[in-house]
Design a protein around this ligand. Structure first.
Ligand code: GCB
Length: 613
């Protein structure tokens, strides 16, 4: 699905701003047809944003179920005759979209875009756009939630939505809502891949053209012309045809923190007349896993960075351009080169920014919580559940993998897909559940990037059933925090022992830490570094990072987390998770300086050890 941009042939109208808003406390909105006519409310809400913290009241913040958004939309006359598409960057987690009272779209999955074409006959002078947003998560959704209903003494239904993951279940219209115009026949999709050989490169492209009756083929009288344009605006090379190749000499490669973006300009023509035009930014680089190394542009890459969250004061999980850019500037300040979109796909705007800034991304689907004993047993010890006998996430999982790869396939910043975070990989059923999903990701990705599953502390070389199937061993490990608590020295030793076993078992697979960290309350200090102090966080990071150099295939370190973030309430969280290297308002803890010193001394790409030998 192409990102909405304005070109000579396309217009984008932003529908963000202040919408009418109503909480559906009794889930009666559907029966009472709140989608017909003006929403009966005095409340309003910002779009895009999570509604939770903005509403200020705890019954809205913690509401389980549906809320309704509504606004009027006027379609400018100058767009008459154009194909009009209503597009949502994301609605978390389930959306029902009504246009002038009629249901026109439904979408499940809170982190990927969806769109619907508006029929010209449905467009009135002023139109009413109503969205019902539902935040319920259960064992068939991703992320996974532990949903339950009970009745109070008056027979009123009480809904409980316990997240089976460690972040606050923010909800709402989280990303831009736009009205996009295209011509009737239009560029529907562009697939880009490349091959590099020394200083030259070939970019292979495939363009899909569609009209009102679906895709049209090359015999339809339409033609496609493609230009490759350099950053200074000069034309590098051109090609013709629905599919083809662009040959580039003296290619400028996209490199970590040293980005270069070409523009691939696709033109749809009929009898020489321009019908549609779309510009796709494209960085040329290669990615491969070989001999235990992670190669970018044929050189060993070392991941330095974080697991992050889309999480901010006031706007919650809503797209926040200023904070996103600040985070990347802070990362660059400390020599970080990469992050993982833990634990869901991030905004398209963020991915475009990463292409532009040269930030390397491990792109994760929202498959978190596929472990029915994890949060539950941690908080309220219960009988062991059989995750793969009970979980019903297969269909959602197939969908999110397809939607993420369709959305992000052309991004040079994306070097690996993570198809789950910390599932129960030791239990029987894990291999049967994940093997087809790994295959699906590989089949769907035109660039054939590596695929991983990020594993939990208990997934050990002796027990983990998925490690043989994945390309990179991505480990979340908390030695010296959840294990060997308070003793970083013992923690460091335990980390080393486990890493050595992985190295022995899979001598050809790269290994990285995708999480390691310690909760740290900013401003807590002690001479003897005790847990929760800034000194302990530094000692913990030092003790763990000291082990890495001795592990031959160790290719990177992502600290958990970039910044403190909001979670639901429980006995192991203090107004959220405090493992941030920055506070939630982006003030550095001592660890930021420790990491800056360490990371600025480690090259992003090892020039000296090219894969040619
Ligand atoms: C993990 C999870 C992450 C948590 C983190 C923690 O392993 O992947 O979502 O926030 O641990 O801090 O416990």
């Amino acid at each position: 699905m192409l990102y909405p941009i304005t070109t000579q042939t396309r217009a984008v109208i932003d529908l963000g701003g202040i919408w009418r808003f109503k909480v559906d406390y009794d889930e009666c909105g559907l029966n009472e047809k709140w989608f017909m006519g003006m929403l009966d409310t005095e409340s309003v809400m910002c779009v895009p944003a999570s509604y939770n913290d903005i509403a200020a009241m705890s019954d809205i913040r913690n509401h389980v179920g549906s809320v309704w958004y509504q606004r009027d939309v006027v379609v400018p006359q100058l767009l008459t005759g154009q194909r009009l598409v209503l597009r949502f960057g994301s609605v978390t987690h389930k959306a029902h979209v009504y246009w002038n009272g009629a249901l026109i779209a439904e979408h499940s999955g809170g982190f990927t875009p969806f769109e619907v074409v508006l029929k010209p006959s449905d467009i009135a002078e002023t139109n009413q756009l109503t969205v019902r947003v539902n935040n319920i998560l259960d064992i068939s959704t991703l992320p996974v939630g532990l949903y339950s209903e009970s009745k109070d003494e008056n027979g009123k239904i009480i809904r409980k939505n316990m997240p089976n993951f460690d972040f606050f279940n923010y909800a709402g219209i989280h990303r831009p809502v736009t009205l996009v115009s295209t011509p009737e026949y239009f560029i529907d999709d562009i697939i880009l891949t490349n091959e590099c050989s020394g200083t030259s490169a070939k970019v292979h492209y495939a363009v899909t053209i569609s009209g009102k009756d679906g895709a049209v083929d090359a015999d339809s009288g339409f033609s496609v012309a493609v230009d490759c344009i350099a950053e200074d605006g000069s034309l590098v090379t051109s090609a013709n045809g629905f599919t083809g190749e662009l040959h580039i000499e003296n290619v400028k490669r996209w490199n970590p923190l040293k980005p270069y973006l070409y523009t691939i300009r696709v033109k749809l023509l009929k009898d020489g007349t321009l019908i549609d035009l779309y510009d796709e930014p494209y960085g040329i680089r290669t990615v491969a896993v070989k001999n235990g190394q992670f190669l970018i542009n044929e050189k060993p890459f070392y991941f330095k960075g974080f697991g992050k969250h889309e999480d901010a004061f006031y706007t919650g999980r809503g797209f926040n351009a200023a904070q996103t850019l600040l985070d990347f500037n802070l990362m660059k300040w400390m020599g970080a080169n990469s992050f993982r979109t833990s634990h869901y796909p991030y905004a398209e705007e963020t991915m475009r920014l990463c292409d532009r800034l040269g930030i390397v991304v491990i792109d994760e689907v929202p498959a978190v919580g596929i472990h029915l004993n994890f949060m539950a047993s941690l908080l309220t010890p219960a009988e062991k559940r059989d995750t793969f006998a009970e979980i019903q996430t297969k269909a959602a999982h197939e969908t999110v993998i397809r939607e993420l790869i369709e959305r992000d396939k052309n991004h040079c910043c994306v070097v690996m897909w993570s198809i789950a975070n910390e599932p129960e990989t030791n239990d029987k059923g894990a291999d049967a559940y994940f093997a087809p999903l790994i295959k699906r990701a590989k089949d769907l990705d035109p660039q054939k990037r590596p695929v991983t599953i990020v594993t939990l502390m208990s997934s050990l070389p002796e027990t983990c059933r998925v490690s043989a199937m994945i390309d990179v061993l991505c480990l979340n490990r908390y030695y010296g925090w959840y294990l060997q608590s308070g003793d970083v020295k013992e923690g460091g030793k335990a980390a080393y022992t486990e890493l050595q076993k992985w190295q022995e078992k899979f001598p050809d697979k790269p290994i990285m830490y995708t999480e390691f960290g310690a909760d740290t309350v900013a401003g807590f200090h002690s001479l003897d570094p005790v847990m929760f102090t800034e000194e302990y966080q530094v000692a913990y990071l030092k003790a763990n990072t000291e082990q890495f150099a001795a592990i031959k295939n160790f290719v990177g370190e992502h600290v958990w987390n970039f910044a403190d973030f909001e979670t639901s309430q429980n006995i192991i969280r203090v107004q959220g998770n405090k493992k941030g290297v920055f506070t939630r308002d982006r003030k550095p803890k001592m660890a930021a300086y420790f990491l800056k010193e360490r990371w600025t001394a480690i090259p992003d790409l090892k020039e000296e050890e090219s894969s040619q030998n």
